[in-house]
Design a protein around this ligand. Structure first.
Ligand code: SF4
Length: 80
């Protein structure tokens, strides 16, 4: 799940330096290396113009999957 820029993206480049794995192309900040991106969503949180989003269909699917998995309280387990 890789965040994409909106049409309003100004290519300001703020996110380029904030990406922890340098997945955002410094010469064209609209381009992201999808093989490198770890989907941390930092670029969404630091974009000063809120012009970066995740596909809403994918977001909804992930939300449904998490809701199903997290709906019941589970006991703590220790794996060594
Ligand atoms: S989601 Fe994280 S890893 Fe992916 S482009 Fe944004 S800041 Fe970089």
């Amino acid at each position: 799940m890789v965040p994409k820029p909106t049409k309003e993206c100004t290519k300001c480049g703020v996110r380029v330096h904030e990406c922890p794995v340098q997945a955002i192309n410094p010469e064209n900040p609209k381009k992201v290396d999808e093989k490198v991106c770890i989907s941390c969503m930092r670029c969404i949180s630091v974009c000063p113009h809120a012009n970066r989003r995740v596909n809403p269909v994918m977001l909804s699917a992930v939300g449904l999957a998490l809701k199903k998995v997290c709906s019941e309280r589970k006991q703590n387990e220790l794996f060594i």
